[in-house]
Design a protein around this ligand. Structure first.
Ligand code: ADP
Ligand code: 5GP
Length: 190
């Protein structure tokens, strides 16, 4: 007999690989999956709403959350802090699947505290295509793009520690592969 469990899914990948695009597709119409909203000290980009894209907080508040153990994981990168609120995730997991879109250091911290979490790394078809996507998105200055490109090799070097690796070449194919992984991981054979 098969039963289902609620799972914690973590999606990572270098900047520009398509994480945001894929997460939007996974969330669309899926009412049994909740997207965790992270806290960050970075400035909102145009169009980003507090509490929707991120909770935008001051560095002092972020430090307080670390000290009080309010974060499931956190990382400092691109000159800012980013972290996942612990109580939100643990509460939502009682009723639904929870999706985190976070970078590699944080993802591997989650795997330590929640070994049953399912870690998926998105890979670009090539480094050239990755840079093209990041530039085309047009949300960052040249300097910020260079900063993000310089982290790509590090992120890709940790791909072997993930449970799954999915190449985002054709978007529909990548989304379907992730849906298949989630369906398989939710099944508990009893
Ligand atoms: P990330 O969240 O990983 O930084 P985004 O989701 O913002 O990346 O995607 C970066 C850019 O690449 C966007 O302009 C997006 O429309 C585009 N993109 C995403 N997936 C694909 C794909 N499979 N093929 C071509 N372009 C893509
Ligand atoms: P951006 O500034 O483009 O929104 O995000 C930059 C990076 O931070 C992305 O790789 C994203 O996955 C990561 N990120 C977003 N939220 C979190 C978080 O809560 N924790 C960690 N560790 N990384 C995060």
């Amino acid at each position: 007999m098969n039963s289902q469990r609620n799972i914690l899914i973590v999606i990572s990948g270098p900047s520009g690989v398509g994480k945001g695009t894929i997460v939007n597709r996974l969330m669309g119409g899926n009412n049994n999956m909740v997207l965790s909203v992270s806290c960050t000290t970075r400035q909102p980009r145009e169009g980003e709403q507090d509490g929707v894209s991120y909770f935008f907080v001051k560095k002092e508040r972020f430090m307080q959350m670390i000290e009080r153990g309010e974060l499931l994981e956190y990382s400092a990168h691109f000159d800012n802090y980013y972290g996942t609120p612990k109580s939100f995730v643990e509460d939502k997991l009682k009723r639904s699947d929870v999706l985190l879109e976070i970078e590699v250091d944080g993802a591997l911290q989650v795997k330590k505290s929640h070994p049953e979490a399912v870690l998926i790394m998105l890979l670009p078809p090539s480094e050239g295509e990755l840079e093209r996507r990041l530039k085309n998105r047009g949300t960052e200055s040249e300097e910020k793009i260079a900063q993000r490109v310089s982290r790509v090799k590090y992120e890709l070097s940790r791909a072997g520690e993930y449970d799954y690796r999915v190449v985002n070449d054709d978007l529909d194919v990548a989304v379907q592969q992730i849906k298949d992984i989630i369906r398989k991981e939710k099944e508990i054979k009893i």
